[in-house]
Ligand binder design. Structure first.
Ligand code: FAD
Length: 442
């Protein structure tokens, strides 16, 4: 077969699922198919370490892995898919400088992940920021640093609001952001010349659920709760936000909390491209069979957060939106696409959860690898070791940052490159900072 006659597989999205799908495909088909990876950024983002970027432990490039470096046999196309024409087997996309393009395919893998979930609460869209992409993590690091610096130079009542930080949603993202954030702001306050006069930073972690980490094992919740309480984080379970304003948030227990920082971690919803494609969905995710194939379209596969993958280990349910499932589904999707092109046999996706790891900063974590509950420094070591092993690259740089963080004070510097208006909560592209006048996906 000449290179021009080779079938083309287009993978849309280079997160956990898409990256693994492209990698597995290349290994299986060798040069017998062209693999094209369409993604808005030229890197894979290791999302679980994002809270450490916001807390100033890791520099942002550490949690990225170059796509061309890691996948040398894949053709990487920079852009965001905005339309899929199933009849003509064509994906239309917008590139980073606003240019448009088209990619025809013989096989399509949709792995576009998820975006911030919104709730119809007055003022939240305007006054809160999400935590789903690198720009938001950079924004939060700068913003938090700036609030402490401004508070140190301010004697008015606003000072208390500047040193109060509210995180809504006590899943693993919100819990890690609050746990790491408290340590970071405490360190910043200690180093301010007027630090002794500044109130201790106040962090609130708010969730409507009766316990933090509500979707995880009770023992992880208890460990995380204990660590947060010990650090002075005000954990408000069974509580919700009824309104957000530029000056603070109204809680449903009647308290108005003055703050300049509202971090929205209430969960995620599938990327808006999923509804655009016009295929059947379940809970907003693309319906697929256990082989990750879209019913009625043998040439289309979907995996990761964007797909409602039947969980064969828990009949009647879909697999949760986690990296653990997304990367394994990516491998199965890559394998099955290769099989559909005549390389190997298809297989169904089945994976038993291997436990969860929640990094609480310092040396602490709450973890239950293989169901064994761990806490304290042992959990911290297991968590960091796991992340290093799971990252598809850049491990030495991440480990180097951890060592530096253990021996040096955090850099309390805000570069101010990511401004509030460039990272709105309501965005279809949390991986990109919105630039005025720049291309954007509506
Ligand atoms: C802060 C944070 C911490 C987390 N921690 C953990 C953890 O500790 N353990 C765990 O198991 N899970 C964790 N998760 C969840 C986990 O990261 C997700 O479940 C996982 O990333 C899903 O993988 P995915 O490939 O479906 O999506 P993603 O990894 O989000 O990848 C989607 C990709 O598609 C691209 N894309 C989106 N739209 C388009 C488009 N229109 N065209 C082209 N490309 C597009 C995106 O840019 C991205 O590269 C965390 C999530 C967050 C936000």
């Amino acid at each position: 077969m000449s290179r021009a006659d080779r079938p083309r597989v287009v993978v849309v999205g280079a997160g956990f699922a898409g990256f693994e799908a492209a990698r597995t495909l290349c290994r299986s088909v060798r040069d017998q198919a062209e693999v094209v990876l369409l993604n808005p950024t030229d890197y894979f983002l290791y999302l679980p370490l994002l809270p450490q970027v916001a807390a100033g432990i890791l520099e942002p490039r550490r949690v990225t892995v170059s796509l061309t470096g890691a996948l040398p046999r894949v053709r990487v196309v920079l852009g965001e898919a905005d339309h899929v024409d199933l009849a003509r087997r064509l994906v239309r996309y917008t590139g980073p400088e606003g240019e448009t393009g088209e990619l025809t395919y013989d096989r399509l893998v949709l792995a576009v992940g998820s975006v911030n979930k919104l709730l119809p609460i007055p003022g939240v869209t305007e006054n809160a920021h999400g935590f789903r992409g690198l720009p938001e993590a950079l924004y939060l690091r700068d913003h938090v640093t700036r609030q402490i610096e401004l508070a140190a130079a301010d004697d008015s009542a606003v000072r208390e609001a500047r040193t109060t930080f509210v995180v809504v949603g006590a899943g693993y993202t919100g819990t890690e952001v609050a746990a790491q954030g408290k340590l970071y702001t405490d360190a910043l306050v200690r180093r301010q010349p007027g630090g002794k006069r500044l109130p201790a930073p106040r962090w609130l972690l708010v969730d409507i659920a009766p316990r933090i980490l509500p979707e995880l094992d009770r023992r992880l919740s208890d460990t995380a709760h204990r660590v947060l309480r010990g650090r002075g984080v005000d954990v408000r379970t069974g509580t919700s936000v009824t309104e957000a304003t530029p000056k603070g948030v109204q809680l449903d227990d009647g308290e108005f909390v003055g703050t300049r920082t509202l971090v929205w971690c209430v969960g995620v919803r599938p990327d808006p491209l999923v509804s655009e494609v016009g295929l059947p969905v379940e809970h907003g995710r693309l319906k697929v069979d256990p082989r990750l194939n879209v019913p009625g379209h043998p040439e289309v596969f979907a995996c990761g957060d964007a797909a409602a993958v039947p969980d064969l280990t828990r009949p009647g349910q879909c697999t949760p939106m986690t990296a653990q499932h997304a990367s394994r589904q990516g491998r199965v999707a890559g394998h099955n696409v290769a099989a559909s092109l005549g390389h190997g046999e298809t297989r169904a996706y089945a994976h038993h959860d291997l436990g969860f790891l929640v990094d609480l900063g310092g040396v602490k974590a709450a973890a239950n690898p293989l169901g064994v509950p761990l806490s304290g420094p042992l959990a911290g070591a297991v968590t960091r070791g796991y992340h290093l092993a799971a990252m598809p690259g850049n491990r030495v740089r991440v480990a180097a940052d951890w060592i530096l963080d253990a021996v040096l004070p955090r850099q309390g510097v805000q570069l101010g490159l990511v401004r509030s208006y460039t990272v709105p909560l309501d965005t279809a592209s949390p991986e990109l900072a919105r630039v005025p006048g720049g291309p954007r996906k509506e």
